[in-house]
Write a protein that binds this ligand. Structure first.
Ligand code: 26V
Length: 828
């Protein structure tokens, strides 16, 4: 289909006519998008079948990556790149007079995630396929992904993220692979043939129906699967005895309560108690996933005792941790194994990544909730806890404090991380510092007890999406200089380092950056009605809004610059455009207030002609993968300024460096790994060290009030928050109070001056264009090691024991065979 432009154009027109009843002249962009998507699907179907059948081979370890979030981004362009048809399509569309970008933009950007954790899962799937490792990602098919964000009068407003409105061209509903999930009811036991058996009765039954999406490997004929589980009523024809003559209502309510499980993705402020629906989602996901894994495993006709050699189940943070008791349940209650054997197999099958050390983000559930909702799972968790505590007692007899601290069940709550640590064979952190903190602080006792379980796996990003697709001009330039090896071996980007002084390369990068900035300036004009100057420094902070990420510090620094220019209009300040984007969880009022503050400062600054040509502030609404792909290639500087010790890794930092944007950052998360890679000349590091932060917490010697009293400039900006200095009615007393009365938990005031100093160095450095782009080249050259291909290689070797599939020849599978399933209903 994609072999030549002529063939492609011919078949595209024919498909458009047959499937959509349209000719190019009267087709909408949606018609064109769906037609092209359909062609890609047909092109890869045989390879999908072939991959699945190789996966079903005996003696091949399959990876199952369970995650409540997969932030996939648009797939059309990525899929075209993977099958090697991107150029053909782009050129053919040009010849046909079709705007390719507009076609691509018709695809919704599914928001099945909050941020870094979800995008990491998506990058991992891309790498798993690129490396030919047989894998399935498992998630829920949330009807509404993360909310769409609008900024109205400077405030965040949330709208439903309805990504399925026009259907999803990539998914196949597989009704024949549905599973029953049981909630509530009660468990009884009896002795059968001398064996204690458990019976689950009076439960509510819900059907989990998988929708499969192909994950296409880069030019290697491998097509893995992302499996999204959808809830459906287990009984299709309901009969309710009419109460008050209205059975219809009952049916609708019943249906609604079932559908609600896969209705919404929870935003990451949902750590409060009582979100029973969230727990239902977690169990629904793991139960469906494990049942399907076990069903497939049985087709291999191997002994159940060999499960860990054939299947590696990875749980992404603690959200899917009920996979541990659920696998125990299946092995004992359905496969008839005894406790010890079931536990041994479970532990050897499951591995776990921790993604945060923040105590408020660590999950725990009330035992009572689990008992009511999942009675059999509760029994197993209870027993796991008993046995775990017993083994602790054996090792540390009499050390009650330690045992209480490590218990799975304590004070009426189930600690999900402890369950994960006890029931898996490996736990890993996501950057060097993060893993160190896990070992030395958060899970210190666990590390002492079972040091062999701990590993570090520094996060990575896929260079295919984050460089080749989103910044093709840089990708082509790199290839002009060092050839194409880096595409399959991204560490080869290091070959670029010897060209760092090459003026020709530097100038080429200057030109490309300027073009990318012009493109972003156009988006800013269109979205915000604001004119920004591509000659100014584009200084970007884009990420979820959290107090620890310190967007507030960035905003206060801008206010400081503003005051300085106003006070001394002759200040020579290199023009800057500060760009923000990101969502705050709907219930996280403090973070939402910071969004409002940024927009208020923007209103002040952008409307003041005296500073206007030196300073601009842009807030782009609705941050998402597609917007990141536009912003990152247009950035000169990016801010990664979390309070040291708080950001587990960060992956935005890696995406920016890969695009030659220079980091202004703290010694936190993967900034540290990046600093080591690029050297101190090519990153602007500032601020407290993690040890200092932890010391302050420990000894309580930090006094933001002292800073306020002694630094007049800081006093001034803080006072401006609570006076009528900023435009609009809003008062920022709560932010002011959090810094002074709340003792500035995130050390915003403490690090503000060092941020300012770092930024002054940036302004200086930027003015020597050659030196600046030398830094950019060193960053790009050293970004290859942060490709998720290496992260995945390390997971595969050191955690999953998974090896690549043998290389397949094109169309190895029977080409008449289509994947079993139905194209999802109204989608086409
Ligand atoms: C959740 C919550 C919920 C309660 C309020 C505070 C809070 C803060 C953070 C989180 C997120 C926890 C899990 C998570 O998304 N971690 C992110 O994982 C990324 C991939 O490993 C990593 O790069 C980020 O540094 C890490 O924050």
């Amino acid at each position: 289909m994609f072999e030549s432009r002529d063939k492609f154009k011919r078949e595209f027109k024919e498909k458009l006519r047959k499937e959509r009843g349209k000719a190019i002249d009267n087709a909408s962009y949606l018609d064109l998008y769906k037609t092209l998507g359909r062609m890609v699907r047909e092109e890869i179907n045989d390879n999908w079948v072939a991959t699945n059948s190789q996966m079903a081979d005996k003696d091949k370890t399959q990876v199952h990556y369970i995650s409540m979030e997969f932030l996939m981004g648009r797939m059309l362009k990525q899929n075209l790149l993977s099958i090697g048809a991107l150029d053909t399509c782009q050129e053919s569309f040009k010849e046909l007079g079709i705007d390719f970008d507009k076609v691509v933009q018709k695809e919704p950007d599914p928001g099945l995630g909050n941020g870094g954790l979800g995008r990491l899962a998506a990058d991992f799937l891309d790498s798993l396929s690129a490396l030919s490792i047989p894998a399935v990602g498992h998630c829920l098919r949330f009807k509404y992904g993360l909310f769409d964000q609008k900024i109205v009068n400077g405030y965040q407003v949330e709208l439903p993220g309805n990504w399925l409105r026009e259907g999803n061209i990539w998914e196949i509903r597989r009704g024949d692979h549905a599973h029953e999930i049981k909630f509530g009811g009660r468990v009884t036991s009896s002795h059968q043939n001398g064996k204690l058996t458990f019976h689950h009765e009076d439960y509510e039954s819900i059907l989990a129906v998988p929708y499969d999406i192909p994950i296409i490997g880069y030019k290697n004929q491998v097509v893995n699967t992302l499996r999204l589980w959808n809830t459906e009523p287990a009984v299709q024809d309901f009969y309710f005895k009419p109460i008050d003559g209205n059975s219809c209502h009952q049916v609708l309510n019943y249906k609604k309560s079932i559908e609600s499980i896969s209705e919404f993705l929870y935003p990451d402020d949902s750590h409060e108690e009582g979100k029973v629906l969230r727990l239902k989602q977690q169990y629904f996901l793991v139960s469906a996933t494990l049942q399907s894994i076990l069903d497939n495993y049985k087709l291999k006709q191997k002994s159940i005792h060999e499960l860990p050699q054939e299947v590696s189940v990875h749980i992404n943070d603690t959200h899917p941790v009920l996979a541990i008791p659920e696998l125990m349940r299946i092995l004992m209650d359905e496969e008839g194994l005894d406790w010890d054997t079931a536990f041994d197999l479970t532990k050897r099958t499951i591995s776990f990544t921790n993604h945060t050390t923040l105590p408020e983000a660590l999950e725990s559930w009330p035992e009572e909730t689990i008992k009511c909702l999942l009675p059999r799972i509760h029994m197993i968790v209870h027993e796991l806890n008993e046995r775990f505590c017993q083994s602790l007692w054996d090792k540390y007899p009499g050390d009650w404090n330690r045992i209480e601290n490590m218990a799975i069940l304590a004070h009426g709550r189930v600690k999900m991380a402890h369950l994960a640590l006890a029931g898996s064979h490996t736990v890993n952190g996501v950057a060097a510092l993060h893993t160190k903190l896990l070992k030395e602080k958060l899970f210190k006792n666990f590390y002492e007890y079972m040091p062999e379980k701990f590993q570090n796996k520094t996060n990575g990003i896929t260079h295919r999406r984050w460089l080749m697709l989103s910044n093709p001009k840089i990708a082509d330039t790199v290839t002009d200089y060092i050839g194409t090896n880096w595409i399959t071996e991204p560490k080869e980007l290091e070959a670029l380092e010897k060209h760092q002084d090459d003026v020709g390369l530097q100038e080429q990068l200057v030109k490309i950056r300027h073009e990318n900035k012009q493109d972003l300036a156009e988006i800013i004009k269109k979205e915000n009605g604001l004119t920004v100057d591509p000659n100014s420094i584009f200084d970007v902070q884009v990420k979820r809004f959290h107090a620890y990420k310190r967007q507030l510090m960035n905003a206060l620094h801008i206010l400081k610059i503003y005051n300085q220019i106003k006070e001394n209009p002759n200040t020579l300040f290199y023009p800057r455009t500060f760009i923000f984007s990101g969502k705050a969880a709907p219930g996280y009022h403090y973070a939402k207030k910071i969004i409002k503050l940024i927009n208020s400062i923007a209103e002040l600054v952008n409307n003041d002609p005296q500073v206007n040509d030196q300073l601009k502030i842009v807030y782009l609404e609705n941050y998402r993968v597609a917007l990141a792909e536009k912003i990152i290639p247009a950035s000169d500087v990016n801010q990664q300024i979390s309070t040291a010790s708080k950001e587990a890794s960060g992956t935005g930092n890696m995406k920016f460096m890969m695009n030659g944007s220079i980091i202004v950052g703290t010694n936190d998360g993967a900034n540290i790994d990046i600093r080591e890679a690029v050297g101190d000349d090519n990153i602007f590091v500032f601020g407290l060290e993690s040890e200092e932060v932890l010391q302050y917490y420990h000894h309580g010697e930090y006094s933001p009030f002292e800073i306020y009293e002694n630094d007049l400039k800081i006093k001034r900006i803080l006072d401006q928050l609570v006076s009528d200095f900023l435009p609009g009615e809003e008062n920022f007393r709560d932010i002011y109070d959090s810094l002074l009365l709340g003792n500035d938990e995130y050390f915003v005031l403490k690090d503000l001056t060092s941020l300012e100093e770092a930024q002054q160095k940036v302004s200086q450095a930027y003015q020597d264009r050659s030196k600046w782009f030398k830094k950019a080249i060193v960053n790009i050259a050293n970004s290859g090691r942060f490709s998720s291909d290496y992260t995945i290689k390390s997971y595969a070797d050191k955690i999953w024991q998974a090896t690549p599939l043998k290389t397949m020849t094109v169309n190895q599978a029977d080409s008449s065979q289509m994947p079993a399933g139905e194209y999802s209903g109204n989608t086409y």
